[in-house]
Design a protein around this ligand. Structure first.
Ligand code: HEM
Length: 429
């Protein structure tokens, strides 16, 4: 048997790593016959996907194994002008009996259109077992496992492929990891045809009101503006500075003006949030949620969540709104934010000491001293930066692990929950 390009007239592709679909396209979704479907793959050894599939399809010519049949069909679909012959004789094939991969000997395999046809031994089977033989690089191992995991979530099993060339003296060279091809059963009734969750499997909950979302994004803008202008007040990091003896214009004045304006808007945002906490009928936004620990079970759930966040547990308890750890963090940040507002107000009051109300607000500056108040104000700014970094990371992490759309929920207001799930804070879902 010769696996060469003679039958393939349309092969000016560049071998590279990629994923594409090998669907035969013969059957519509509705009337699929029971069998096996081939759905893309990953090449790490430099082979084009068509050649990877050719390798994977090498099997005894008379094989009726559904996987072999499906691979050959896909090959026919990919090579419209004539697929390469992939059948080998029974002597050239050693099926997977005691090991989790089979071996096949082919007498002429071309890695690319122009490369020589070589005697090659091909192994195909379970990914881990084939990787144990072919010993791919650490990087490729991770790439293969990750992609296999992703294919697995769509119901595919990976048929891994590795190859070794046989030298002129008959000596077998080292195995090279080539990649894998995805296969999955269809129409068997044993497994769902398409395991990708559909919208029927999920429930959408409208969680965050438009008002709360508006306040959230206003917070983002204000904290950025307050940080930039505040940092500038502390250390004028751009523009001309007085210290270089250059006329500075009114830049610092503008910075302070923006800082104070944003500061007062931020205080208004804080008051609005407090109003929502006490007057909203939505239980996820009320002040009661600020302290999430009411029972021993809540305490345990806090521990479990902590374990999940520190990679000690595979799963944490499921919450529709905030888990106890998130809630405690947000409550703390509210407290620290309120403190920042009070310190800012107290510093601002220093400009209006003739007014008894401002003089009263400025009292902390005389108790602790202005330098301490300014230091605290700056330290809280840095604390905020840490919070923002962790908050963004954890929000994206939770969204990608739990697939609930938590990040977009701060825009759209809604999260997604699996219909079968039983969140701690919404048992009636
Ligand atoms: C996220 C919130 C805030 C951040 C990150 C922030 C940051 C800063 C920073 C870094 C400074 C410079 C400190 C120094 O070296 O003296 C500063 C000064 C100041 N901030 Fe804020 N601030 C915030 C909120 C507020 C609020 C709500 C007010 C109240 C109106 C306020 C009023 C002031 C005042 C009066 C000063 C002193 C300005 C001066 O010395 O000329 N800040 N802020």
């Amino acid at each position: 048997m010769r696996l060469d390009e003679s039958t393939n007239r349309n092969s000016n592709y560049v071998p590279q790593r990629q994923v594409e679909f090998f669907s035969s396209g013969e059957q519509s979704r509705e009337k699929r016959k029971p069998g096996v479907e081939v759905g893309g793959g990953l090449s790490v050894g430099g082979l084009s996907l068509r050649r990877l599939l050719t390798m994977a399809a090498v099997s005894p010519a008379d094989s009726t194994d559904p996987v072999d049949v499906a691979l050959r069909n896909s090959l026919r679909f990919l090579f419209r002008h004539g697929a390469p012959e992939t059948g080998v004789s029974r002597e050239d094939f050693d099926p997977a009996k005691d090991r989790r991969y089979s071996l096949a000997r082919v007498h002429g395999f071309q890695r690319t259109k122009d490369s020589p046809a070589e005697k090659t031994v091909i192994i195909r089977g379970d990914l881990e077992s084939v990787m144990n033989v072919a010993k791919p690089s650490h990087q490729d191992r991770i790439l293969l496992r990750k992609n296999a995991q992703m294919a697995g979530s769509r119901g595919y099993r990976c048929l891994a492929v590795a190859s070794a060339t046989v030298g002129d003296n008959g000596e077998l060279g080292a195995f090279r990891m080539e990649g894998f091809v995805n296969v999955r059963p269809v129409g068997t009734g044993l497994q769902d045809e398409d395991l990708t969750p559909t919208s029927d499997d999920w429930v959408r909950l409208q969680l965050w009101s438009a008002g709360l979302r508006f306040l959230h994004w206003l917070n983002v803008v204000l904290i950025v503006l307050l940080s930039v202008t505040g940092y500038y007040i502390m250390d004028p990091f751009f523009g001309d500075t007085f210290f270089r003896g250059i006329e500075t214009g009114f830049l610092m004045g503008w910075m302070r003006f923006i800082h104070f304006s944003c500061g007062f808007i931020w205080i208004a945002v804080g008051l609005a949030r407090a109003f929502i906490a006490f007057f909203s009928k939505d239980r996820y936004m009320r002040w009661e949620t600020f302290w999430p620990i009411h029972s021993k079970e809540d305490m345990k759930n806090l521990g479990r969540t902590l374990g999940f966040y520190t990679f000690l547990r595979k799963e944490g308890p499921l919450y529709v709104a905030h888990n106890p750890l998130q809630q405690l963090t947000y409550t703390s940040i509210y407290i620290v934010g309120a403190l920042q507002m009070l310190i800012g107000l107290s510093l601002y009051a220093l400009y209006h000491m003739s007014n008894p109300v401002w003089a009263f607000i400025a009292l902390p500056c005389s108790w602790f001293g202005i330098p301490i108040m300014r230091l605290l104000h700056v330290m809280i700014m840095f604390l905020f930066w840490w919070f923002v970094i962790a908050h963004i990371y954890l929000a994206f992490r939770a969204d990608s692990l739990e697939r609930h759309g938590g990040v977009s929920a701060m825009i759209s207001g809604g999260v997604w929950m699996r219909r079968t799930s039983r969140p701690v804070d919404a048992p009636e879902l």
